[in-house]
Design a protein around this ligand. Sequence first.
Ligand code: HEM
Length: 425
Amino acid sequence: MAQPSIFDQILDPASRANPYPLYAELRKTPVARQDDGAYVVSTYDEIVALLHDPRVSSDPRKRPDVAGETPAPEEGPPGIPPDFIRLDPPQHDQLRELATRPFGPPSSPGRVEGMRSWLAEVTHGLIDNFAGKHRVDIVDDFAYPLPVTAICRLLGVPLEDQPRFHHWADAFVATMDPSTGTFAERQRKRNHVQAELGEYMDGLADAHVRQPGDDLISGLLTDTGPHGPMSRKDILSTASLLLVAGHETTVNLIANGVLTLLRHPDVLDRLRREPDLITPLVEELLRYEPPVQMLSNRATVADIDIAGTTIPQGSPLVLMLAAGSRDSHRFADPDRFDPDRTDNQHFGFGGGIHYCYGAPLARVEAQVALPALAHRLVNPRLVADPPPYRPNPTLRGPRHLLVELDTLAPATEQEQAAPGERLTR
Ligand code: HEM
């Protein structure tokens, strides 16, 4: 039997706890053709180049194996058009611009920063729920409910609907695992999930039309900007994308963060003493243990010459972001977790026109969550190292992260506590 390729070994769940030695192997061939015709790209400069190359498409309808299978916007119940992560310019740019108006600068500059104190309240409420326990699961009891509460609040999605959309979010995330089927099969599943989620969002949009609030869905519905409001159908796909994109990614950033801090007690100690360390620390986490390890949603729409290889038109691409962020030609001592690192242009949030829309929110969530845990968990210890991982090689993170603690320190006066939200996964 043929030896599995390095990429196949990376997809194997057995590699999930530590894929980094395999990434180092992969970087020896910066652009590696796979048996199925896909090209896996693993070095920093080549990934940057392809993230910014207009000959690289994110639109699945332009791939030979999917063409004709994705319903056009006007087809298929309930006619949910592709969200902007799956569109190329100019449609991508138009929708992203409209989606940014109620979320960030220049139209809504204070939106995310304005959530910081509310996020701190939710954070401390969740930590208060640990009272009396000597063992907690950082994933289920903290890293999951915090971002889900945040994205629901931002979008105007009722938190009590969480059991309804949770399985859609899970199904959506599963379609990002290249080991679960061909790209075309995964796109079909994704369309199906998006249709169900879109139907749910449709009902919600009706409610927001009747009673607009200070949330993103209301903002999109009532926008009076120069280009008018986003169309109703595009709002449904955009809101569905944001709900899902704001889920598993930030969960993993927080869980990976706690794991990394417990593996580096010197840094944990510093964080307790030096609050400003959190900003570079979160950036280093995004480089060192990124929640999104690869992008397998790209294909070439023309021949591309790169690193001595010609990638033919119509080839699927896999951009190994996590491998690029540990490329020694770009980062000194890349396997070292070093929050003092400067010039840290990691791929944690991707790059180019699809650079993560939610990055400001994800950053603030991690910047609030990690110092709060560092202060309040007294003598935290990992129960298992490595912890059990989810099988998904794209969105990589622990399934559970059990931590033992002696006791809980009270929140300081500034750290106002509110009742924590309890969510079940
Ligand atoms: C730590 C948390 C997060 C990480 C690591 C992350 C990572 C990423 C990455 C790598 C991309 C690029 C995808 C591509 O190029 O195809 C991306 C895009 C995106 N992210 Fe995030 N993300 C996070 C949180 C969020 C949150 C909280 C939201 C929503 C509020 C969000 C919304 C989006 C959207 C809408 C896109 C598509 C942007 C576009 O196509 O222009 N993300 N994210």
